[in-house]
Write a protein that binds this ligand. Sequence first.
Ligand code: TXA
Ligand code: MG
Length: 368
Amino acid sequence: MTQKRLNTRYIKVDPLKPDPGAMHAAGAILAQGGLVAFPTETVYGLGANALNGKAVIRIFEAKERPSDNPMIVHVADLDQVKDLVENLPAPAKALMHAFWPGPLTLVLPVGSAVPSEVTAGLPSVAIRMPGHAVALSLIRAAGAPVAAPSANLSGRPSPTTAAHVLQDLNGRIDMILDGGPAGVGVESTVLDLTGPVPTILRPGGVTLEALRGILGEVLVEPAVLSTLPAARPRSPGMKYTHYAPRAPLLLVEGEPQASASKIREIATEYRSKGKQVGILTYSDSEDYTGSGQVVLAGQRNKPETVAAGLYAALRRFNDLQVDFILAEGLPESGVGLAVMNRLRRAAGGRILHVVNQDNGCLNKKYDE
Ligand code: TXA
Ligand code: MG
């Protein structure tokens, strides 16, 4: 990378009542075409003025993000949406009313004001109103909608703290607003409203069950449930290996008891070869003490707690410098659907499906 190293300003702000002076300074950076990382209720975002194509290009450079991956535009009020879209499909208003501000992104027919850098040339634009006082205040201070992907280097787990953002982007962006840890922990649900039936392109903080409660019929894009990266999904970001810690990760899905014995068996095999093994599991799962470096990501039977701790857990394996990670799957109800989608993507195809005592294997080549 030949990027000029910047002096990244770091400012701590109250997550509920951010200091107006700090927000004014951050808004001025965005208005001048700069980049500001900020907390949202899902993960930290890396923001630029969404109406300034050159500023948006700087996001791609800072993150080393492929330029065919479009961005979500963040708004602070419903008036801002009107200028960004060509029209509002029927269910859009009901969804905005039910879930905004909050972790739901709507894919809508794009209006002419949106630069093609934001949409990567697609005929649609993704929009959400974040449920976080700092994010809303930043958008208002910028005087424009804010394009923001997650504030990580492309391919890495999304940041849920300002420290994660610093790890990835210090020296590459103008400012970081530290508003404490993000609450939801996984990104927003991306829902496509441009087709005949609303379709989830990326599961996230608003669950499939909650969307069906409002809309009735909601489809899930097949790539979401796939165990392999898709070649041409409708949400371009879904085709990249993502959320990945440095060491290869093997996801063990299926019945809990059988998964546990498989994890122990594989851990023993790797340890006997002198490898450091990491195990990603939950506080109410099996006790893997002695099998490897155990990292707990919340409670298995409360998927919201796993979502909140997932990305920090994946980053923790980098600090522990393990050679190989074994991750336990969990049920796909509620936000568990989003968690499993992220774990499958982090596994990049290394997935073992364990069925009772009989080990059906979706991908035998889990060893790299
Ligand atoms: O919670 C979130 O959504 C966070 C915070 C910062 O708001 N943002 C986020 O952005 O996760 P990013 O860029 O990491 O993920 C955006 C996803 C990508 O998978 C992208 O391909 C998809 O949304 N996307 C954006 N615009 C789209 C469009 N017009 N059509 C289909 N998918 C789109
Ligand atoms: Mg991202």
